[in-house]
Design a protein around this ligand. Structure first.
Ligand code: ASP
Length: 331
């Protein structure tokens, strides 16, 4: 295809294992972020055949160090780039540890139908059988694909295409870690061909109430893990620290231990919005008849880390429990 006719894809680097190297080719865990976006692009010259490529470095860190401020910077930059009619899609190279949080945040705040694809790697670039280069190639192939628009933000690693709303990191080290147990993949990339099978039904991008263009800071929302013999002290500390929301990684179908229930009551008393998610990892936290009376919100099928993302954005719009619950049931 004539080069000038190729789609224009901008690759934004943020760090992570995909941009990391280790002292030896067999070291798969102890590594550090050493490579900038330019060296990632140099390692995969084949992408020049897929699209006209732009590259920029937003920051270059492990994703567990990403802050709310960086999330806002990422979404703002993506919206600026996609507003350019000459840009057809975005790829973001990102650490895998919190990739699902950034992907879901963008899924709710990007105001464009164009493809946004997040990609990472489970092995550093220095490793035997590093997975980053082919993951990056496939992510560009997807972002340049005409059918990849209007799907919300996508995550693609290991030949799979998963919707940001449903994806989570399901294994600490395996290359096949990004899955959605209940909704599966919306597509696959097979031998340079993009195969898309489904369209996510949950509202995203231009369909949401969230506009961060004037947002200077996101509300503080904590996650508190529930378990046998849990104490009240994390709730007390979170409220004292000024949290505006608390997500409980509750047991089973959103069941809370006696002290967690006491902590939730304390939160509500201090006008801190409390969401019941689950530590289980998949499935829906059923709405309970008691939620309205106890002024609690069910996270629906959002895991705790994604429930925190939605609650931060919801609190930027409203403190109304019923409206916040409707966000969890639709986004
Ligand atoms: N181990 C992580 C990764 O796979 C590190 C990170 O999230 O930055 O990218």
């Amino acid at each position: 295809m004539n080069k000038s006719k190729l789609p224009h894809v901008v690759i934004i680097g943020t760090g992570g294992t995909i941009a990391s190297t280790a002292p030896s080719s067999t070291a798969l865990t102890d590594y550090s972020v050493t490579e900038g976006i330019d060296s990632l692009l140099k390692a995969v010259p084949e992408i020049a055949k897929l699209a006209r490529i732009g590259g920029e470095q937003l920051f270059n860190i492990e994703s567990f160090a990403i802050t709310n401020k960086m999330l806002l910077k990422m979404a703002t930059r993506v919206n600026q780039l996609l507003a350019d009619p000459d840009i057809d899609g975005i790829v973001i190279t990102h650490g895998t540890d919190t990739l699902e949080e950034s992907a879901y945040f963008l899924n709710l705040t990007v105001k464009s139908h164009k493809p946004v694809v997040l990609v990472g790697a489970m092995r550093p670039g220095s490793a035997i059988s590093a997975d980053g280069p082919l993951n990056l190639y496939n992510a560009v192939l997807l972002a340049a694909h005409p059918q990849a628009s209007h799907l919300g933000v996508l995550v693609s690693l290991n030949d799979r295409i998963v919707a940001a709303r449903f994806v989570s990191k399901t294994n600490t080290t395996q290359v096949d870690t990004f899955r959605s147990y209940e909704q599966g993949c919306i597509g696959h990339i097979n031998n340079q061909q993009v195969h898309l099978y489904q369209t996510p039904t949950r509202l995203h991008t231009t369909q949401t109430d969230f506009d961060i263009s004037a947002t200077k800071a996101l509300p503080s929302v904590d996650i508190i893990y529930d378990h046998q013999n849990a104490g009240l002290h994390f709730y007390e500390a979170s409220i004292a620290a000024g949290a505006q929301g608390i997500v409980v990684a509750a047991c089973g179908n959103g069941s809370m231990s006696p002290q967690a229930r006491k902590g939730a009551r304390l939160a509500v008393k201090h006008k801190v919005i409390c969401v019941r998610s689950s530590r289980v990892g998949s499935g829906i936290v059923s709405a309970s008849v008691n939620d309205a009376r106890q002024r609690l919100v069910s996270a629906n099928s959002l895991n705790p880390q994604k429930a925190r993302i939605l609650l931060m954005l919801a609190l930027g719009v409203t403190g109304d429990i019923a409206q916040i619950q409707s966000y969890f049931d639709r986004y």
